[in-house]
Design a protein. Sequence first.
Lengths: 514, 211
Amino acid sequence: MSGQLAKRWICLRQNELEQMSRWSAGSTPGSVKPVYGARYPPLQHASPTKGADIPGRISKFRDYENSVSDAWDTRVKVDETLASASAAKVLAAHAAGKTTRDEEIMPPVSAAPTKNSRQQALQRLAIQKEPLPSSVSATPQTANPIYPKLPEISDQPRSAAPIASAPPYGGDRDQTRFARLRRLFSNGKSSGRSSPPVDVDLDKLREDCWMGIPHKLRPQAWRLLSGYLPTNAERREVTLQCKRDEYWHYVEQYFHSRFEDQNADTFRQINIDIPRMCPLIPLFQQKMVQEMFERILYIWAIRHPASGYVQGINDLVTPFFVVFLSEFIPQDVEVGSFDVSQLPLEQCQLIEADSFWCVSALLDSIQDNYTFAQPGIQRKVLQLRHLMSRVDRPLHKHLESNGIEYLQFAFRWMNNLLMREIPLRATIRLWDTYLSEPDGFMQFHNYVCAAFLRTWSKQLQAEKDFQGVMILLQNLPTQSWGDREICELTADAFSLQSVFDGARRHLSAQAASP
Amino acid sequence: MGSRDDEYDYLFKVVLIGDSGVGKSNLLSRFTRNEFNLESKSTIGVEFATRSISVEGKTVKAQIWDTAGQERYRAITSAYYRGAVGALLVYDIAKHVTYENVERWLKELRDHADQNIVIMLVGNKSDLRHLRAVPTDEAKIYAERNQLSFIETSALDSTNVEAAFTNILTEIYKSVSNKHVGSDRQGYGGGGGTIIPAPPTEPPKKQCCNS
């Protein structure tokens, strides 16, 4: 198991290793060096394989160097604080990965209760794909619950760490981080502890949440990070009450209009999409849940006529819904199969209203993704293309030479914020980070997409024609993804952002032509 | 995965269009993988699949683009009509509104697709007999009047799915072998023509254009 993982790291990260060499040799972003060194511990494992291939390696370095050389020419200043923050985060990412929190994040659960077992079996059969020959998904797929549970305290000794020699500070880091978060969200009554601050420092909160939020604290943390819950503790109760009332007032005001001529199309579309949402998670097949989604989506659409409801927006509600629902579910019960009708009505109403406001805040930041002609998506796909031409030129060239247009696969990545590409529990974990980034869904997402794409660099380049590349891109083997993969992904994205965000000119049109 | 069915004589790009929820994705998965997903997710943007069949002794490879049905996506999806030589315009026989919208989809094709594109009107979900809202004859007459071929299918029970794709690919093949469109080879990766007859001697590989 650990051997397989190490191999996978080596395989996935050869590109970065090359870049690391380039950066450690070059002087400009020197502070990035320890970042990469720390992040890719299997260096010593990698070296034998890489040593055999020095000429090719050098030429690849040169390619890469050429592709980015002008980025350094224009005296891009690498922000020291950013770089060291990046380093810290990536170190932590590595540490987190090392401690294999997987077992606690993805506890084994009993199979979901089947309402209609034949139908579900059919579905499973139907979506079963032949394993892709080049897939490196080494981890056998187990029954994964949809909800990522970060450990409360990761103080148990962990076995099966992929890199045995790595220092054991990751657990400590998480512990102190989690302790700070717990204090922040405590009600001040617990004995021997100082009471939580009246005002939450949002920057500090973001820092502590970036690497993943313990599941018990996640609902409240997400409300704060979404800007829905005031940072001032004294205003919270009042504000929440106001907002929740306001939502139900909207429902009263607008929901009856759903069958009127000018709105019927919107509601029809919502109605077509909701039953098709996460079809394999029983939670979303419950009538009561579907009605909650109908209201959330319809009210949002009616209040945002510039975009209206666009397919995919329904997916974006699901993480909020699951997180806020989890607040009322006993810890040992799998959220994905929980029967919502067991909850008291007021709790359901609260989940619905909070999901509405948080998804509204999210959509506000990306609304031009969904207005006419979807300019936000077109722009971001273009940016992704430019970025890729800088950070993984061989892959970029491979895609282009096979006639792949980025829009063909990345449209969905942008429209659904990668939710269709990774399992829901990984999405929730990813959103811990998005919500902790100042511009997470808008800006950071693009770097995550670049990091995501180059995760598959090797496999994609092994596909030799349009069809092979395209089919793989549409079915990337992420079924087993969880906390570890998201830690790697976001750390990589953060490094990319640190390097390129101060130099956006390099992502402008002239940069991209092959 | 590339080398499995790389041998082909013709590569035809075909698009699947029509209202949301009429079963386009399931038609595609039934044809290319013989799978049907009772509650498949909505298609976002476009999705791609491919299958080769034999037409009059020639291997014809269909490169099929499944598009999202919602109006908002048209600006994006219409780009995929470029280079398409065939279109399956799908409606749901149990939902009359999806049939009424066929007119709008035809206009989309007239505005964005090649004027010689072969269009087949497909009434899907023919298994829902008790819910039928569009009479077969009505659709048949409409198709004739608009010079479209017509078929009713059920992706769920497989009825006519094979026939629908085989018919349209044969129709395209015939129009190609009559007209000899082989010069239309530009636009590699840029959405140009997609009817690529193989040169007679060398094995036809990677000469297609994928728009």
